[in-house]
Design a protein around this ligand. Structure first.
Ligand code: COA
Ligand code: ZN
Length: 309
């Protein structure tokens, strides 16, 4: 049997948080339904952040309520602090994600805290989550480069990761928040971490700003990583990280993995429909590279079916 790779769809959170036009709760739930129909089993659906700073996440409670009818769906919420954690728990969320950025500047701009303050906050939330039996992931954000301070030294990423694991995080997501990394960095960061802590603990969160995301995902596979974040149609971006473009497109990642013999449990035609739903929801033209190829194949097939004259 082929080996499983686990895809965590972050389109509803990372993909939508930076959209210029409001996306209705109903449209978000239609996106979720299309993703679930395609076989997606894990979704980071919302964040509990300040609604004035990130208005697209202001309906987090309603989105979670709309996802309740899907009993097998694993739903996570991003929580930047204890207040966010408590808001998530009021909704019965069983999986949360905290965010620790690699530099002071990025933490300040994103969460209004220094790195040390964010680390303390993350530690407190992680400990509380563990006590409550809630699964907790820690993002190491800007792990490849900081949008303000440039390339991130590997030893900082290793240290922050070890600290978050020691604090009790179940999973660490190594995040290329602005899509500035390269495959060699994936090796340098994840090789030693996987050897020390085991591959099962790690997830790769990639943005495709410079077209490196699939190459980096494959370097992650080589390093043993089997958990990835991705976003339908390549939606994404962070309002507090200038220069960030969309996440690696779920359909491109799934195509690469399935073609390479891994099992994701996700269906390409279903993802294609989900891209269309996301396009309607956002009013944007979306889709990774593979969608164009699928369309061109269909066009060719249709042309071949036409009677000769
Ligand atoms: N959700 C909603 N409101 C929150 C909150 C949360 N998680 N955390 C704090 N607040 C409220 C406080 O209750 C307080 O409200 P009040 O003025 O009515 O009393 C106000 O925000 C200020 O609280 P403070 O603790 O000083 O927060 P802050 O102003 O330093 O902001 C964050 C901190 C984390 C809430 C804010 O920077 C934020 O929401 N950042 C989100 C960034 C983001 O989404 N990035 C992308 C994903 S990583
Ligand atoms: Zn991201």
């Amino acid at each position: 049997m082929s080996e499983a790779v686990y895809i965590n769809e972050v389109g509803l959170r990372d993909g939508l948080q930076n959209q210029p036009n409001p996306v209705s709760t109903e449209a978000k739930l239609q996106m979720a339904a299309a993703l679930i129909a395609a076989g997606v089993q894990q979704i980071e659906a919302v964040s509990f952040v300040h609604p004035k700073l990130v208005p697209q996440m202001a309906d987090a409670v309603d989105v979670l309520a709309g996802l309740r009818p899907f009993p097998n769906l694993q739903i996570a919420a991003l929580v930047p602090n204890m207040k966010g954690y408590e808001r998530a728990r009021e909704q019965g969320v069983q999986s949360v994600a905290v965010v620790l950025a690699s530099t002071d500047t990025f933490n300040q701009r994103n969460l209004n805290m220094t790195r040390a303050q964010t680390q303390d906050t993350c530690t407190q939330v992680i400990q509380r989550a563990r006590a409550d039996g809630v699964f907790v992931r820690a993002y190491i954000s800007g792990a490849f480069a900081c949008p303000y301070d440039g390339k991130t030294p590997v030893d900082i990423v290793h240290r922050l990761t070890a600290d978050m694991i020691e604090a009790g995080a179940d999973e660490i997501s190594i995040a290329d928040t602005i899509g500035a990394g390269n495959p060699q960095q994936v090796r340098d960061i994840l090789g030693p971490l996987v050897r020390q802590f085991g591959a099962a603990r790690f997830n790769l969160h990639l943005h495709d700003t410079r077209g490196m995301a699939l190459a980096m995902a494959w370097a992650g596979i080589d390093a043993g990583v089997r958990r990835f974040d991705s976003s339908i149609g390549g939606l994404g971006g962070c309002p507090f990280a200038p220069g960030a473009s969309g996440n690696v497109a779920t359909e491109d990642l799934v195509y690469m993995l399935e073609e390479a013999g891994f099992t994701t449990g996700i269906d390409m035609q279903g993802l294609r429909k989900a891209v269309q739903v996301a396009e309607v929801a956002t009013g944007q033209h979306l889709g990774g590279r593979i969608i164009k190829w699928m369309q061109s194949q269909e066009l060719r097939a249709a042309q071949n079916r036409q009677p000769c004259v």
